[in-house]
Design a protein around this ligand. Sequence first.
Ligand SMILES: Cc1ncc(COP(=O)(O)O)c(C=O)c1O
Length: 420
Amino acid sequence: MTQQTIKAKTQRIQLPSDGDASGRSFGKEEMALLEQVVRSGILHATKGTMTKQLELEFAQVYSVEHCVAVTSGTASLHTAVAAIDPEPGDEVITTPITDMGGIAAILSQNALPIFADVDPKTYNLTAETIQAKITPRTKAIIVVHLFGNPCDMDPILELADKHGIPVIEDCAQAYLTTYKGKLVGTLGAIGCFSLQQTKQMTAGEGGLAITRNDSLARRMRLFRDKAWGYGDPKPDHYFLALNYRMTDLQGAVALAQLRKLKGMVAARQRTAGMLTEMLKGVEGLNPPRVTPGGSHTYWRYCLQADEEILGVDVNQFALLLKEEGIVSAPRYIQKPAFQCDLFKERKTYGASQFPYRGVASRQGLPEVVYDEKDFPNTMKALSRALVLPWNERYTEEHVRYIAENLIETAKECLKKNGKC
Ligand SMILES: Cc1ncc(COP(=O)(O)O)c(C=O)c1O
């Protein structure tokens, strides 16, 4: 289909939403497993069977030895950082374009988030940007496969190996995403997933952490359950830990969802591919750049809107699009993480600013400062990001409708900007 053959201003249609049943795939499978749990009267995973089965089947899908189910994606990342067990004031490198859950996980273990800049096209961390931030205090790297598009992992893993630093992969948005034929989440030391309402598979809330490493797995299992050594000859609370146990109700829904995951992801990829095809040659709108060697699983479809060509910024473009019934998230998270109050005012524990201040082992080290000037690509990327919601219930008709409105809106902008 070319730009010319697309008719302007078609009748409005309601797009399926991942916020309710219209854009989700819940059915008799979820109901059957849920009913089983409720009838058993065992709603917790400690004695129930569903969460254990979920862990088993998720580990099988990912060909790893261990899967640990927890209460959220944030909890999975916190559990991963806790398994690596940094000292207070140690550093964990991550991206400023992510969900706060991944960053809170670092600070909650009293480590310092150190942000690295991103690739301006994929919005992901790169080996070069990470390298610039490595210090003797770096204890982990958290990469985020943003929107479902994999990071370029080979150079990142090579760099991390050289320095002996474990890599945590945040796959909250990247179920079944691959990089050079391998599933992301299996490439680093630990892979973390979210089961929050909008993700490629969901149980409303929930999280999963996977690893091949036996001792990391043991620490993660302990951390999600107050570090009580269930089954040990002399169990005790071995270290400070929380209750991040998933319920078997969540386990049941997640298990049914897991069994549909391949189909749901394939549907997202098929329709996202259609949109990319329909937007070919449209001036001012650039479809997502899939990382070479990777597959994208489209939690969201992130376009780049070029202000210079369109003559309007991404916020204005999103408003025009909304008038046509297409909802989007311009700038994705509005501002990079380090510009949030938490970091600007270091609101951590009381008035202490810990661990930014008060860590004896950091005395004499330069203070951690987050300066916008160090993140030119991040600022540029956010200023262009136009994030479209996506889900497995989109049909060709929906995609055509989205494409028509994007193209029409872009054309109007180009006309006003004297570009056509
Ligand atoms: C990249 C990323 N990391 C972490 C999280 C945190 O997950 P949750 O909301 O399940 O805590 C999310 C999403 O919600 C996310 O998108």
